[in-house]
Unconditional design. Sequence first.
Length: 363
Amino acid sequence: MGKQVKTPRFYVDMPTFLHATGQLAWNSDTETRGGAELLYMNCANPFLRATGDDLPFRIGSHHNNPIKSAFPINFVGLLNHNLASDNNSYRIVGISQDFIDNEQDGFVWTNLTHNNNYNTNILNTERDTTYQIKNEFNGTSIFTLNEPLNKHWNTFQIKYENGLDDTHQHQLGSFVVGKYFDCPNSPDLNLTMSRRFDGIKKQKTIGGKTLANIYYDGPTEWTMNGPDGTYKYPPFELDTTGDEFNQRVKSGIGRKGLRSWKLTFSYISESDMWIDNEVSNTLISDGETNPALNDPNPMLSDNSFNFVWNCTLGGTLPFIFQPDNTNNNPDQFSICTFRENTFSVQQVAFNTYSVSMTIDELA
């Protein structure tokens, strides 16, 4: 597979952003179904299902999670799961508040894996019925939605319609739901992609020999509770549920080093660079005094570099980075942040900008 940086894509996790900025009710069901344990893309040690019902994983709770604003979503990702080991299919459901005449009027269940909403299989989300999916492999699954679904979301959950296999302990590392941003064009040709080996420290002995201490040699491997026991495997790789040895992930043999990308995009338009209105309400249009109730906060619905920068808190919160949005091989995905103080914007012409950044893969 090619390793070129073509049109990069940033997958931004909205529940993690909302939790980090005070929407703490996404903690709900932490002990039984995951809750905040499934946020922040901390996938190495997955959450193990403790409940015996058909709702193994959930973030948020529509009973005690009042949302400050509607927000659109256009993708779903399940990181470090073993759901393929269960022969039953499942659906992913989003629950949102419903309003009539500015009064809260119950809740709406939206099946995100239904034909009406499910759009493209990015990685390991094969369809099973018109409203369910069945993963072929354990590991990671990502799919996009037909169009951004804008609602007052307060809960996302996995639902096994016909029950799940209770002989199998289900796991999930992170439940990612949010909005991706495709860069408006490819970066400049003078981009840099490097591998960091800062987890390996060299030391000279008194006798003049050089010793290498390896603290880590790449991203932290993820723990998989599979049909053949518990083992480690490289992030985003897929793993067979059977005993075919040559198809199994081989711990410690994958790529080494942590990737970094130094990117510059020239001649970015005003609309691709900035949010039109950085305000906290929806009273923004000229003469508009009665916006629709479901209008989201402008920052959450925006489609620009500014959206990515804001909703990752300047790159503090992790995001999934795909350097080429047409290449869906597992080695194209990384959990990353922006390197501190590297995001730079310069105006090069009227309403035209140049933006540069350094993206670091997390250890």
